[in-house]
Design a protein around this ligand. Structure first.
Ligand SMILES: NC(=O)c1ccc[n+]([C@@H]2O[C@H](COP(=O)([O-])OP(=O)(O)OC[C@H]3O[C@@H](n4cnc5c(N)ncnc54)[C@H](OP(=O)(O)O)[C@@H]3O)[C@@H](O)[C@H]2O)c1
Length: 308
């Protein structure tokens, strides 16, 4: 089977005059998405913590796409103050945003807390992006898209709305990642419901198992544990994370497809993988009431920091 690449997906797409913002664009899937979107003529804003790595990514994109229009913005999702500064910098660079790709993420980190006291995986993967999206939403153009990186790993756990930040339970790095990736899908569901009347649609994406630096916190026992996980559909073959991995140019194809494909123009609130809509998402991740409740709690946790 031919696995499409990001460049297959952007073929024939002209985004001249449009702006795409990508978090986590210094590495892995975000960097590859930035390269592909740069070929469409879009102005691509790359955001992450490490500014040196962002500059390297910018140089690499220019070497691949000489006409690329890119900017960089320092963003640390583990600090609401940094998110606020980054959102202001994005607004200064671009009055209108056509694609917001919430891609940055961490996985299976040891227990820790963000500057604002949130558990690291939930704080980085969900709450930091919740705040960023809240601050940038007024600047999303009609016809704009919000693409949120989730993972099939969302099946490892629902979010516990009574203990979002692991204050009352023993920390489990797998469940915490799963919960943060469920929160990503729920965030997408809530955004699409609230913004579709403005012509802005939202999509959640599972990129596949992709060779990036995301697995940096995994040891041999963690790989063994993941390999033993049963697939959601019993008819499906088990994924062996040590064997069945994609390269970033294939892995990032679905998120770039979500950002540009005319096929998705009248669709939103969907979970995507392999450049198609998938219906094997966990029911708890697509529940409207659950999504609305998470959104209210996220708003409360982020506090005044999310108001422009
Ligand atoms: N790779 C896979 O197999 C896979 C599978 C399912 C889902 N995903 C999802 O895909 C997304 C991208 O993952 P990847 O594989 O490309 O990982 P990666 O290679 O580790 O890249 C992660 C990116 O996120 C940025 N980042 C991490 N912490 C951040 C923070 N606090 N603030 C701002 N940026 C931060 C990193 O840059 P800095 O460190 O410079 O900030 C980097 O640019 C993640 O959301 C992940 O959950 C990946």
């Amino acid at each position: 089977m031919h696995t499409p690449t990001t460049l297959d997906v952007v073929e024939g797409i002209d985004f001249t005059g449009k702006t795409c913002v990508i978090t986590g664009a210094s590495a892995g899937l975000g960097r590859e998405s930035a390269r592909a979107l740069a070929t469409t003529g879009a102005h691509v804003i790359l955001a992450a913590r490490n500014v040196g790595a962002l500059r390297d990514a910018q140089d690499w994109i220019r070497s691949e796409v000489p006409a690329a229009s890119t900017s960089i913005v320092a963003l640390d999702l583990t600090s609401l103050a940094s998110v606020r500064t980054a959102a202001a910098a994005v607004r200064d660079l671009a009055p209108q945003i056509h694609v917001l790709m919430n891609n940055a993420g961490v996985m299976f980190t040891p227990f820790g807390r963000t500057a604002d006291g949130f558990e690291i995986q939930f704080g980085t993967n969900h709450l930091g992006h919740y705040a960023l999206t809240r601050l940038l939403s007024p600047h999303l153009a009609e016809g704009g898209r919000i693409v949120i990186l989730s993972s099939d790993g969302h099946r490892m756990s629902d979010v516990d709305l009574d203990d979002l930040n692991w204050e009352r339970r023993k920390y489990d790095k797998f469940a915490a990642y799963g919960a943060s990736k469920t929160a990503n899908v729920l965030h997408m569901v809530d955004l699409d419901r609230r913004m579709r009347d403005r012509g802005v649609r939202a999509y959640a994406v599972h990129p596949g198992v992709v060779a990036t630096s995301l697995a940096r916190h995994m040891n041999r026992a963690d790989f063994e544990r993941l390999t033993r996980l049963e697939p959601a559909d019993p008819g499906q073959a088990k994924v062996d994370v040590r064997r069945d991995f994609l390269m970033p140019e294939q892995g990032a194809a679905t998120q770039v497809w979500a950002a540009v494909s005319p096929e998705l123009a009248d669709t939103g609130s969907v979970y995507l993988a392999d450049c198609r809509i998938r219906d094997d998402v966990a029911p708890y991740a697509m529940d409207d009431a659950h999504a609305a409740e998470l959104s209210q709690l996220s708003e409360k946790l982020c506090g005044a920091g999310v108001h422009p």
